[in-house]
Ligand binder design. Structure first.
Ligand SMILES: C[S@@+](CC[C@H](N)C(=O)[O-])C[C@H]1O[C@@H](n2cnc3c(N)ncnc32)[C@H](O)[C@@H]1O
Length: 253
């Protein structure tokens, strides 16, 4: 796989990325979402263990804060596999990729697909880069970009995956519009997010913990609001289900 492939996907006139440790960085120097990026940069010391509910104290913390545990970890892997099977071959955008904790092992096996794995946090992307190297994956290209201002042309991706991220995005409607814009017709947008009004304790924890820490961004969306945004952006055949406040969804453009 040629890393030059990224340049075929770029909007015209092509934005010029910086290249940092093999990561293509399209975030402008004004760094509009610096606080969010830095919050995630700092979280990398516990991120994978927390997300995977690996250590006892983190498992308890995640259960209290989000009402989630092993079952949601398994769902992330399942939805990733289903998404990969649907795409089959081509080029996929995964945003936000984070450290690739739920996805990169699956990506490395799917050799007919090139994965553009993008995130805003350089710290998360550097961890992702270690994972790419450990896996020896040749089909994952790491990109730093803002989901609300993607550097890509219209309709270039054969699938878009957005796992556990929409609740973090500063402008959720703009983000979904961008994800829809870069996706080809009749292709899948799959993902998951945390929604409000499904678990009262999580609603409180968002206010006390996630919003002030910048890991989530106000306003949180309810299930109905989120599904409305998908529909408003031309996504159809929407299927969704809830695990506590975690909403998993599949849709087609
Ligand atoms: C909870 S993590 C999810 C990462 C990964 N998908 C996972 O499941 O582990 C949320 C991610 O959203 C990213 N993020 C927040 N705002 C963003 C933006 N405007 N553009 C791109 N990524 C963003 C953060 O940097 C963070 O890595």
């Amino acid at each position: 796989m040629s890393f030059k492939r990224i340049f075929d996907l770029l909007d015209v006139p092509a934005p010029q990325p910086k290249v940092i440790d093999g990561i293509f960085d399209f975030v402008p120097s004004a760094d509009p979402h610096k606080a969010i990026g830095e919050a995630y940069d700092k979280s990398i010391v516990i991120y994978d263990d927390y997300m995977q509910s690996k250590k006892l104290h983190l498992r308890i913390l995640k259960r209290i804060l989000l009402g989630m545990g092993k079952e949601d970890t398994d769902e992330c892997t399942k939805i990733t596999r289903k998404f990969i099977d649907l795409v089959g071959s081509g080029i996929v955008l995964d945003i936000p990729c984070g450290t690739g904790v739920f996805t990169f092992e699956e990506y490395a096996k799917a050799r007919n697909i090139t994965f553009i794995a993008a995130d805003y946090s350089l710290g998360m992307l550097k961890e992702a880069n270690k994972r790419v190297k450990d896996l020896g994956a040749q089909n994952i290209i790491l990109v730093r970009a803002d989901v609300g201002a993607l550097p890509f042309k219209n309709q270039v991706f054969d699938g878009v995956l957005t796992l556990n991220g929409i609740h973090s995005f500063p402008d959720k409607a703009k983000a979904i519009k961008e994800l829809g814009r870069v996706l080809k017709h009749d292709r899948g947008l799959f993902g998951s997010l945390c929604v409000k009004r499904e678990r009262w304790l999580t609603d409180i924890m968002m206010e006390l913990f996630y919003f002030p820490g910048k890991w989530f961004t106000r306003p949180a969306l309810s299930r109905r609001e989120f599904l409305g945004i998908l529909e408003a952006n031309g996504l159809k055949n929407i299927k969704h289900r809830l695990i506590g406040p975690g909403l998993l969804f599949e849709s087609l453009k």
